[in-house]
Design a protein around this ligand. Structure first.
Ligand code: SF4
Length: 472
């Protein structure tokens, strides 16, 4: 399949300046194991850690088979003063102790009508690249980044493919034409126009400007109204947000002014963007306002200075990284202070080895709740979400007291509420109430204590299928 840009699109693409970047990436464990890491980063892994990790090489518990190891110099340098940042990028033998989990979290391949596109909700998510400048050990896309083979619903087994402009634009065009011809709803699924796309991966910001520009223009030309870019590059390599990138965005906006552009950034912890002094304390001005790392501030301010771009932060709550209400409170304050929104906090997903990273759901709720004490209303917009196979589900409340007259609620209850589910969210705001289980890290752990389930969280065939898959 081929794709021919329009004249307007071609003219825009020819104006894009597309430099390459020196991220100074340290790829894999080998440089550390073989003493080939840059001299000043030699102590990034302790001797003992390297012995343990080296001993697992080639075995079932090889950490790099589960998730490739990668870090940028920028991130490694800041991580010297931050245990949470080290934990985020440093491989640990613990992560392959228990390899239970789903090979395709959320059964995403059920919703992939064309390679590289998930069309589950009213918006579409595209895998445009299968790597990032550095790799988070807890990544929810470890199957994509490690290029693992995934079993699909039709029984075939293949790696997740990447989106390509000709196929994706053809799908969107055909889908939206059918919707328009049918009075605004798709004749088969009843869904509305596909109007919003999230560029994801991996991290789209590892692509050069010309590739990102090609996606933006092609999506604009096919009638997409709103484009999101999901990225952790502002934490891993903030210099990527340079003048050539901003010039490309400005030109895109001038060429396609009706198309919304939104950045979904991913900061886990304030250590990733705040300056620290030699004692490890955050540097503050005379009024007590924390000072950002200069390159990160430039990247964030460069986006926010463009009033037509929005920036939202979202992050999972991960064991020993950001399961800390004080850190999350500071992060939410700082995001809102500089002009970025706080979007979602996530409970960990059921990725392979999830027990090494996830904290119990009820603990995550408590941390989230504590972190928002002392925040103003506009600072405390973020919800705590857990991604069920049916869709995004909010952990609304955890009670300490029983509900009078409700057997099974003696130790209190957890209330879940569906925020979005496949299609046009027919089950939005339906709730599910379960008896408490402080150890629960995934829905399975509540299966024997469901009290009320109008949301159908425990009556969904693929939950059971997925468990069978991971058990085999
Ligand atoms: S930045 Fe996102 S996609 Fe990339 S490794 Fe981290 S969690 Fe995974």
């Amino acid at each position: 399949m081929s794709y021919t840009p329009t004249e307007k699109e071609q003219a825009f693409l020819e104006r894009v300046e597309s430099p390459t970047y020196q991220r100074e990436i340290i790829n894999g464990l080998a440089p550390f194991l073989n003493g080939k890491a840059p001299e000043d980063l030699e102590g990034f892994y302790a001797e003992q850690e390297l012995v343990q990790l080296g001993g697992l090489k080639g075995s079932e518990r090889d950490v790099e088979k589960r998730m490739p190891v990668k870090v940028t110099r920028h991130y490694a340098e800041l991580a010297r003063q931050s245990q949470p940042m080290q934990r985020l990028v440093k491989a640990s033998p613990d992560e392959t102790q228990d390899l239970a989990g789903s090979e395709d979290p959320g059964n995403q391949m059920d919703y992939s009508p064309v390679e590289g596109l998930l069309h589950k909700y009213e918006m579409g998510l595209m895998y445009v690249v299968s790597t990032c400048s550095a790799h988070c050990r807890f990544c929810y896309r470890e199957e994509l980044i490690a290029r693992k083979e995934i079993k699909r619903q039709d029984g075939t087994v293949a790696k997740k493919g990447l989106a390509k402009i000709p196929e994706i634009t053809a799908y969107i065009k055909e889908f939206n034409e059918k919707v328009a011809a049918n009075g605004g709803r798709h004749p088969d699924s009843g869904r509305e126009k596909l109007r919003e796309i999230l560029l994801s991966g991996g991290d789209p910001m590892v692509l050069n400007n010309n590739k990102i520009a090609a996606w933006l223009a092609a999506l604009a030309e096919v009638g997409i109204e709103s484009i999101r870019i999901g990225t952790k590059e502002m934490a891993f390599y903030p210099k990527r947000f340079d003048e050539t990138f901003f010039a490309m965005l400005d030109d895109f906006h001038a060429t396609y002014p009706d198309v919304g552009v939104h950045f979904m950034v991913h900061f886990e912890h304030p250590d990733e963007f705040l300056q620290k002094d030699a004692e490890g304390q955050y540097v503050r001005d005379k009024h007590g306002i924390p000072q950002w790392v200069e390159d990160t501030a430039n990247a964030m301010n460069g986006l926010l200075a463009r009033g037509w771009i929005t920036v939202e932060n979202q992050t999972p709550i991960i064991k020993d990284i950001n399961d800390d209400p004080d850190a999350l409170r500071l992060m939410q304050r700082e995001m809102k202070r500089v002009g970025a929104e706080n979007h979602y906090f996530f409970c960990g997903r059921d990725i392979v080895a999830y027990r090494a990273f996830n904290i119990p759901i009820e603990k995550a709720w408590e941390i989230h709740n504590e972190s928002q004490k002392g925040l103003s209303g506009v600072e405390a917009h973020a919800r705590l979400s857990i991604t069920h196979y049916k869709g995004k589900t909010e952990v609304v409340a955890v009670t300490d007291e029983p509900i009078p007259g409700l057997p099974g609620s003696e130790n209190g209850v957890v209330i879940f509420k569906i925020l979005r589910n496949a299609g046009s969210a027919p089950d939005r705001f339906k709730v599910c109430i379960v008896g408490r289980n402080p150890e629960a890290v995934w829905f399975d752990d509540y299966e024997d204590r469901v009290l009320f389930d109008e949301a159908g969280l425990f009556d969904y065939a693929r939950v059971k299928d997925a468990k069978t898959l991971s058990a085999n």
